[in-house]
Design a protein around this ligand. Structure first.
Ligand SMILES: [Zn+2]
Length: 692
C-alpha cells in the first residue's frame, strides 16, 4: 500500500500525502449527493449576507463551512470528501460481500479486506510479523551486504535511502527506462530537517520522540532476534541515529520547488557512470537483487543526492545503518500491525502533523488499503455499480468542447507568435483522454493473498507492484495504464504521455450529474477537464512536446513572454496567507494555479459555445454564467485544521480551496461582468493575471 507517485503526475488535488498512515479518508454520514435545487447547486451552502464581489468563496460556501465541522477523524472536510465518502460506502458494500468468499471473481479483494478487518488476529501477533525482516537486517554485518538487503526491502515496499523504479525517458518518452531518485526520509519534505522557526524545531523533536516510541514497540521481537536486552536508552539512541542519517540524506536532496523543473531531475547516464558516483555501493548487485532486467542507461534524477548517499555510507556506522533500516521497515508496516503501532503512527503523522483528533474506523482504513493494493480489482466492481455509459459519453463530449475552447483561446492570444501557436496546436491535437476506467483491467493472478496474513498480503502486494514496475524497464511505454484507481475523486495530466485522465470516482455530483443544469456541470467537471488540459501548457507541462518529450517548442521571445505572465501568478498567490506566518508558496503552486485559472476560463468558454447555453435562462436565482462560477466555487467548500493548513502550505503544490476560488475569479473580467462587480471591488484585481 505504499505507492510512490512519480514526479510529474499533475493531479487536480492532493488526496494523499507521502506519510504512512496519514492518507486522507472520508468520515461521517455523507450527504446523499443529489442537491434539491433545480440547477444542482447547493443552495444551502450559500451565505447571502456576503457580497459575491467582496469574497466569492465566502458567498458560495460559508453557510456550508459553518454547518459542516471537520469530523474528529479528519484533518480536512470538503465537498469532494463527501463524494469520496459516498464512493467508499459503495466499496464497503462490495468488500463486505466479497469477504463472504462466494464469488471467485472477487475472492482476492474479499480475502485481503477480511484479513485487514481481522483485528483480533492482528492484535495477537503484535510485532511478530516483523521478525523475518529484522533477522535479515541483523544479518547485515558489513557494508558489502547492503545492495542485496536494499534490493529486498525496496521489493516489499520499504522506502529507504533512495527510490528505484521505472519511468518514461524524458527525451524519448515512448520508452521506459530505469530511474533513481531521492528518498528514504520520514518527515514530509527535506526542508523539515533544516527550518529554524520555533514550530519546525518542535516538529523535529516530536518526530524524534515518535521514532523512539516506535523503536520501543519493536524491542520484544528485536530482543528475540538479536538475543539481547534493550531499554529506553536504546530507543532514544535509535531515534538520534535515524535523525542523523535522514538529515545527511536531506542535505543532498532537492527542494520541492526545484523538483518541479524537469531539467533539474533529468540526468541520464550509463550504469558505469552511476557506479563512479558511489565507491561504497555496488549498483549491479543492487539491480540484480531488486529483480531489474539488464539495462545500460538510467535517469539518475539527482546525482548530488546519490553522492550524498555514498558519503553517508562512508561515514556512518553499521549500527546506525541497521537502525535506520529497522525504522523504515516499521514505519512502512505500522498501519497494518497491531494497535500499538497503528496508534503511535497516527499520533505523529495524523494528530501532530495534521491536527486529526481520532483514528479512522477500521473499515475505512481497510477499504483504503484494498484500493491501494488491489485497486483495479476493486475498481472493476465499483464501476459496475456507479458509472454508466451516459456519464462516459457526456464527459467525452465535454472534453471535446473544452479542447475546442483551448484551440480558440490559443488562436486569440495577443502575446504569442504564430510559430509557437502552431506548435501549441500540434500539442493540443495530440492530447489523448481516458475516461472512467481502464480498457484492460490489471491481471492480479500472480499476486498471492492469504486469509489471515494482513502484513504478508501488503508486502506481497508491494512486491507484485515493484516487479510490475521492474518489468517495464527497457520496454515501450504502455499509455493505457492508469495511475489512479477508478473510485478516486481526482484527475491528472501526464506530461510524459500527453494525456488527461478522469477516474469514474470524480464524475459524480457535485462535479457532474446527468440531472444537473449544464452550467453547473461545466463549472464542476468542466473546470476539472480544463484544469488538466491546461497542465499540458503550465510552466512545467509546456516544456514537454506533443509526444511527451522534454523538448522546447517555444521561440525564445514567447518563452520570455510566458514567464512574465507566470510570474504575475507567483506574486498573486504568494501574497495569500495559509496560516499564521506561513504564506502560500507562489512558486510551488504555480503549475496548479495556472491550471485552475485556465481551467475555469476554458469551461466557461465551452459552456457559452454549447447548445445548452443557447436556451439557458435564470435558474435558482442565478444567470447561466453565474451558475458556471457557482458550480466551480462549490467544489471547493471546505474546512481545514490549522496543523493541516501548515503542512499543506509547506508541501502541497495545490493552493487552499478558498484561494483556488478567489484567486481565479478575481483574475477574470468575465466574473466581474457576470456578478456586476464594481471596478474597485475586492474580487476585481487591478493587476489581473492571465496566462491562458
Ligand atoms: Zn492539477
Amino acid at each position: 500500500m505504499r505507492q510512490a507517485k512519480h514526479r510529474f503526475f499533475l493531479a487536480f488535488m492532493t488526496v494523499s500525502l507521502p506519510l504512512a498512515g496519514a492518507l486522507l479518508w472520508a468520515q461521517g454520514a455523507g450527504r446523499g449527493g443529489s442537491s434539491s435545487s433545480a440547477s444542482g447547486l447547493e443552495l444551502s451552502a450559500i451565505n447571502r449576507s456576503v457580497d459575491p464581489c467582496t469574497d466569492f468563496y465566502q458567498f458560495a460556501c460559508s453557510a456550508w463551512t459553518a454547518s459542516n465541522p471537520i469530523p474528529a477523524d479528519r484533518s480536512r472536510w470538503g465537498r469532494f470528501d463527501e463524494l469520496q465518502e459516498r464512493n467508499n460506502d459503495i466499496l464497503r458494500r462490495v468488500l463486505d460481500q466479497a469477504a463472504l468468499g462466494r464469488e471467485p471473481e472477487t475472492k482476492k479483494i474479499g480475502d485481503y479486506y477480511a484479513s485487514c478487518m481481522d483485528e483480533p488476529a492482528i492484535e495477537k501477533k503484535g510485532a511478530a510479523p516483523l521478525e523475518t525482516e529484522f533477522k535479515r537486517i541483523a544479518g547485515l554485518t558489513s557494508l558489502d551486504g547492503l545492495p542485496e538487503l536494499l534490493g529486498t526491502l525496496h521489493g516489499i515496499g520499504v522506502g529507504s535511502f533512495f527510490d528505484f523504479g521505472a519511468e518514461p525517458d524524458f527525451k524519448d518518452a515512448k520508452m521506459v527506462i530505469a530511474t533513481l531518485d531521492q528518498g528514504g526520509l520520514g518527515l514530509p519534505d527535506r526542508d523539515y530537517y533544516f527550518r529554524e522557526d520555533v514550530k519546525s524545531v518542535e516538529t523535529r523533536s516530536q518526530y524524534v520522540d515518535h521514532v523512539a516510541k516506535m523503536s520501543a514497540l519493536t524491542m520484544p521481537v528485536r530482543g528475540l532476534v538479536e538475543k539481547a536486552r534493550f531499554d529506553d536508552a536504546t530507543s532514544a539512541a535509535d531515534a538520534a541515529a535515524v535523525m542523523r542519517v535522514e538529515t545527511a540524506l536531506a542535505k543532498g536532496a532537492l527542494d520541492a520547488v526545484s523538483r518541479r523543473d524537469p531539467v533539474k531531475v533529468y540526468h541520464k547516464m550509463t550504469t558505469a557512470e552511476l557506479q563512479k558516483l558511489t565507491p561504497h555501493f555496488n549498483w549491479a548487485r543492487y539491480f540484480r537483487a531488486a529483480g531489474a532486467p539488464a539495462f545500460q542507461s538510467i535517469n539518475v534524477a539527482e546525482p548530488d543526492f546519490i553522492t550524498a548517499f555514498d558519503q553517508l555510507l562512508g561515514s556512518t556506522s553499521l549500527d546506525d545503518i541497521r537502525t535506520y533500516l529497522r525504522w523504515h521497515l516499521v514505519h512502512a508496516s505500522a498501519v497494518i500491525l497491531s494497535s500499538a503501532f497503528v496508534n503511535e503512527n497516527f499520533q505523529f503523522y495524523s494528530a501532530t502533523l495534521q491536527g486529526t483528533k481520532e483514528l479512522r474506523a477500521r473499515w475505512r482504513r481497510c477499504v483504503q488499503y484494498t484500493d491501494s493494493d488491489l485497486g483495479e480489482a476493486l475498481g472493476k466492481a465499483f464501476v459496475k455499480e456507479a458509472f454508466g455509459a451516459d456519464a462516459k459519453a457526456d464527459t467525452l463530449s465535454m472534453v471535446k468542447e473544452i479542447e475546442a475552447s483551448l484551440e480558440q483561446d490559443i488562436d486569440s492570444l495577443s502575446w504569442m507568435t504564430d510559430a509557437t501557436k502552431k506548435q501549441a496546436l500540434v500539442k493540443l491535437h495530440a492530447v489523448e483522454n481516458k475516461i472512467g476506467y481502464p480498457d484492460r483491467w490489471r491481471d492480479y493472478s500472480a499476486l498471492k493473498i492469504v486469509r489471515g496474513d494482513a502484513l504478508g498480503n501488503s508486502e506481497r502486494a508491494n512486491a507484485f507492484e515493484f516487479k510490475r514496475q521492474m518489468g517495464k524497464i527497457g520496454k515501450p511505454l504502455d499509455k493505457s495504464e492508469w495511475d489512479m484507481t477508478p473510485p478516486t475523486v481526482n484527475a491528472y495530466y501526464e506530461p510524459l504521455q500527453n494525456n488527461i485522465n478522469f477516474p469514474a470516482g470524480i464524475l459524480q455530483p457535485p462535479f457532474y450529474s446527468a440531472k444537473a443544469d449544464a452550467a453547473v456541470n461545466y463549472g464542476g467537471a468542466g473546470a476539472v477537464i480544463g484544469h488538466e488540459l491546461t497542465h499540458g501548457f503550465d510552466d512545467e507541462g509546456r516544456q514537454f512536446d506533443a509526444k511527451g518529450n522534454l523538448n522546447d517548442w517555444w521561440t525564445p521571445e514567447d518563452g520570455k513572454a510566458y514567464d512574465e505572465r507566470s510570474s504575475c501568478l507567483v506574486n498573486q498567490y504568494g501574497s495569500f496567507t495559509a496560516i499564521d506566518d506561513v504564506k502560500v508558496n507562489g512558486k510551488l503552486t504555480l503549475g496548479e494555479n495556472t491550471a485552475d485559472n485556465g481551467g475555469v476560463r476554458l469551461a466557461l468558454m465551452a459552456y457559452l459555445a454549447s447548445s445548452a447555453a443557447k436556451a439557458a435562462k435564470e435558474l435558482d436565482g442565478f444567470t447561466p454564467e453565474q451558475r458556471v462560477f457557482m458550480g466551480f466555487a462549490q467544489i471547493w467548500c471546505e474546512n481545514r485544521r490549522p496543523e493541516y493548513e501548515r503542512l499543506q502550505a509547506q508541501t502541497n503544490p495545490h493552493s487552499p480551496g478558498r484561494y483556488r476560488v478567489n484567486g481565479v475569479v478575481s483574475n477574470m473580467p468575465e466574473f466581474q461582468k457576470a456578478f456586476s462587480c464594481k471596478a474597485d471591488a475586492p474580487m476585481v484585481r487591478q493587476n489581473a493575471c492571465r496566462v491562458w
